[in-house]
Design a protein around this ligand. Sequence first.
Ligand code: SAM
Length: 149
Amino acid sequence: MPSSRKAVSAMIGIIPSNFKGTIVDLGAGWGTLGYPVAKAFPEATVVGYELSPIPWAYSRIKQFVARRRNLTFKRKDISEVDLSTVDIVLVYLQPRAMRRLSPKLRDELKPGALVLSNSFPLPGWEQSAVYELSTHRLSTSRRVYAYEA
Ligand SMILES: C[S@@+](CC[C@H](N)C(=O)[O-])C[C@H]1O[C@@H](n2cnc3c(N)ncnc32)[C@H](O)[C@@H]1O
């Protein structure tokens, strides 16, 4: 399930304007988050990692129309992604995947790196902020959690 528009806007709003570093979307799906983030931060380098072939292929094909030069999508398991040079991690993953990701983020992220998680908290981490989204009450995406490495 892709991030809601409100969650995408909230995540973009949390990132400092004119941000120029590296942003990764771990589990990029159809590019629902990656495209607007790349558009909002044209001087940043945005990389989406996705394992499932169909959403990954869709996000790549969309590049022929959307043409975001600062955005790439790679077909890769997020457990194999080197996070040591990443400034901002975006995630929207189920709790089980968040549990697996937690120690990897702890081990690899440089101090000061930002993690923004849509809907699900990151186990074992203390959040630096929680952003409440004013969405329909049936929506699953009601919060964005922020963490600093
Ligand atoms: C809830 S979707 C979020 C998509 C996008 N980040 C967004 O916010 O719209 C989660 C995605 O993570 C992908 N995913 C889950 N585990 C993964 C893994 N180990 N490696 C790569 N992608 C993974 C799923 O295939 C799915 O497309």
